[in-house]
Design a protein around this ligand. Structure first.
Ligand code: EZ4
Ligand code: CO
Length: 408
């Protein structure tokens, strides 16, 4: 069975998604997610101009050889654009293999290791009261683990904090603005460090000790600041503290690790097993945050998680709404199959997105499930997709009060 066609589809049902569609000589179609938030067309071009012509004529079943060909076989390796493109090809080929063999992809990965994947949602509020409303809205939807972000007194809009919800209102947060340039936000680490422990103190008072709570520092702290934050949060028993220091330098986490027992998660911007070597072999983290959509697909992430498993490190895949439902499905097939699954991020896609991408995965009683449809279980409505035109969008940048550009 040969690959006959590889097409790149860009659609924007409220936000931009890039999808690779691979068709075989027998007419079997596989989908892969190629969405890289704010850099969408770079991946579209990498696929269209450099990868698609190489795929035509290849054996559609040779998933591993194609992965090796596009990673080790390429002179320019790694990086988010390359590894997102590789991920799209890899997912599409797993989708095809599942459809041809008539089983959901998780069966090809060794079968089911658990009943479902524990999901965590995003809750946020400009104040702790608004945050509590958002948390309670999510608990009513059945979530059993919650990421919490709040505003900081004295600062304007803080990244990760959506519009305050009323009771029963749906959470809808889009970090990338459809503006000609990135929005600029203000940041003050000292104000943040003073405020956050009070937030968690209040949350534990109101919610009790059991609910798993997660928090994301979005790469903004120095190792010393991260250690201070970790220590101040220890009494509140976080599930994890995410992205406390910039991810480019894994060695920064050594100092954090020596100073605090707060569980650490990092890696939504890392794209290859090589980026994780120090983090994993020195046990500097507890959770891997990569998404299959940005880290070489199912093949790339399975290899990464096998290495992590040797060191007791578990998964917590990045899955915000800027990864398409195809990428979400790929993560879920891994989640139920991997021995060292930890937790799965889950922000629900908009109704329009779910009309363009028809999914088979389900969420109930706090658990996600990929479903039993052969392949990945996602179909793309082509006619509808073409009605939503690409619109440039950027994630914000942040500056300190004096105007200095600050880390993500
Ligand atoms: O910044 O999805 O943990 N989740 C996050 C997200 C990411 C965006 C980047 O595209 O940090 O909000
Ligand atoms: Co994050």
């Amino acid at each position: 069975m040969r690959i006959e066609r590889a097409e790149v589809l860009v659609t924007s049902p409220g936000r931009n998604f890039v999808t690779l569609r691979v068709t075989t000589s027998d007419g079997v179609v596989g989908l892969g997610d190629a969405t890289l938030n704010g850099r969408e067309l770079a991946v579209a071009s990498y696929l269209r101009d450099h990868v698609a012509p190489l795929l035509v004529g290849r054996d559609a079943h040779a998933i591993e050889d194609t992965w090796q060909y596009l990673t080790r076989g390429a002179y320019w390796r790694r990086g988010p654009v390359t590894m997102t493109a590789v991920a799209a090809v890899d997912m599409a080929l797993w989708d095809i293999k599942g459809k041809v063999t008539g089983v959901p992809v998780y069966q090809l990965l060794g079968g089911r290791s658990r009943r479902g994947a524990l999901a965590y949602c995003h809750a946020s509020g400009s104040t702790v009261d608004a945050l509590l409303t958002s948390i309670r809205n999510h608990l009513e939807l059945g979530f059993r683990a919650v990421r919490v972000q709040t505003g900081v007194p004295g600062l304007g809009k803080v990244y990760g904090v959506g519009t305050d919800q009323r009771a029963g209102e749906r959470y809808d947060y889009e970090p990338a603005g459809r503006t000609a340039r990135p929005v600029e936000e203000e940041w003050d680490t000292a104000a943040y460090l003073r405020h956050i422990p009070h937030v968690f103190e209040r949350l534990r008072e109101e919610l009790g000790p059991e609910l798993p709570l997660l928090h994301d520092a979005h790469h903004r702290l120095s190792p010393n600041e991260a250690a201070q934050l970790g220590r101040s949060l220890e009494p509140f028993r976080l599930f994890w503290l995410e992205d406390c220091t910039p991810a480019d330098n894994p060695e920064l986490l050594r100092r954090v690790r020596q100073q605090t027992t707060v569980p650490l998660a990092i890696g939504e911007v890392l794209t290859s097993i090589h980026d994780y070597r120090t983090l994993i072999t020195e046990q500097l983290i507890d959770y891997v945050r990569s998404s299959p959509a940005h880290t070489g697909g199912i093949t790339g992430v399975r290899r990464l998680m096998d290495l992590a498993g040797l060191y007791g490190i578990r998964s917590g895949f990045h899955q915000p709404t800027d990864i398409s439902p195809v990428g979400m499905a790929a993560a879920l097939h891994l989640d139920v199959a991997l021995p060292n699954f930890g937790i799965q991020e889950y922000m629900q896609h908009s109704a329009t997105t779910l009309e363009v991408f028809r999914t088979s995965y389900t969420f109930s009683d706090g658990l996600l499930d990929p479903g039993e449809t052969p392949g990945l279980g996602v179909e793309l409505d082509d006619d509808l997709a073409t009605r939503f035109e690409y619109t440039p969008a950027y994630l914000p940048v942040n500056r300190l009060r004096d105007g200095t550009l600050h880390d993500w």
